[in-house]
Design a protein around this ligand. Sequence first.
Ligand code: 5GP
Length: 181
Amino acid sequence: MKIQDLEFEPFISSADVQARIAFLAEAISRDYAGLTPVFLPVLNGSFMFAADLIRKVTIPCRVSFVKIASYVGMESTGDLRTLIGHEESLFNQDLIIVEDIVDSGLTLRKIMDELRSRGTRSIEAVALLRKAPARERSIDVKYVGFDIDKEFVLGYGLDYNGLGRNLNEIYKALDYPQDKT
Ligand code: 5GP
């Protein structure tokens, strides 16, 4: 399958994704029994994973979507990235960040630090995919769907230049330069 300049091949089937999500939902429902956690899916990429995961969770829970906005700082040369959308009070709540994919883990670390500074009761993360760099850096992801190498993936919410989010299964790019991910 070709999307713009990149060729993709099937990687993780829809059935495998759904089976793994059922396992994750069961683990979360068990671990949070007696609590009412707040799921915080990080837009855009996690919308499909979050919808399938949360509908399989069997305990009472809340959902509030968040997004990372990138600003070019007026004084700094780098991007200032900040979390938006979490208007509900998260104080003293059990938060579960829902991520599509954790690569370097810097995005997740930033989100967790920012939320922690607001005084949450607990904070954990669930990610459908985790790449090797996050594993090597011991990024704190309690619930992981699939551990993968450094391939560039798309489908099931994940995009390439905005395309491919609607695909039901996950694809990986052929011949994607390892230093681009
Ligand atoms: P990190 O901060 O962990 O390096 O990057 C995480 C973000 O990078 C993800 O939320 C996702 O938006 C993007 N990303 C990382 N790897 C991939 C990939 O293989 N495919 C797609 N579509 N996005 C990726």
